[in-house]
Design a protein around this ligand. Sequence first.
Ligand SMILES: [Zn+2]
Length: 90
Amino acid sequence: MGLYDNISFQMCCPSCGKELKRFQSKSGSCTMTTLSPADVNEFYDFCDCGMTVKFTRPPRNLDNLTLQDIFGLGFVMATGRSNIPGVDDV
Ligand SMILES: [Zn+2]
């Protein structure tokens, strides 16, 4: 259907230096909304000079995450025997 999402990211074209700021993705909801690069597995833009810039990463398997996976997602671990801020008492 030709729908896509806009990606909130900009950079200079590696070939001509022109600012690229119309990145799109078809790996999100494709509802013409604006997403972060963190929300998709691929996004791309086309420069007027003819250069295509595309970023891809393998889809994340979010089942059976290891501790290393959790750190890879950007989490920082806190431990304590009482009152970690934001953690409700069980
Ligand atoms: Zn260019």
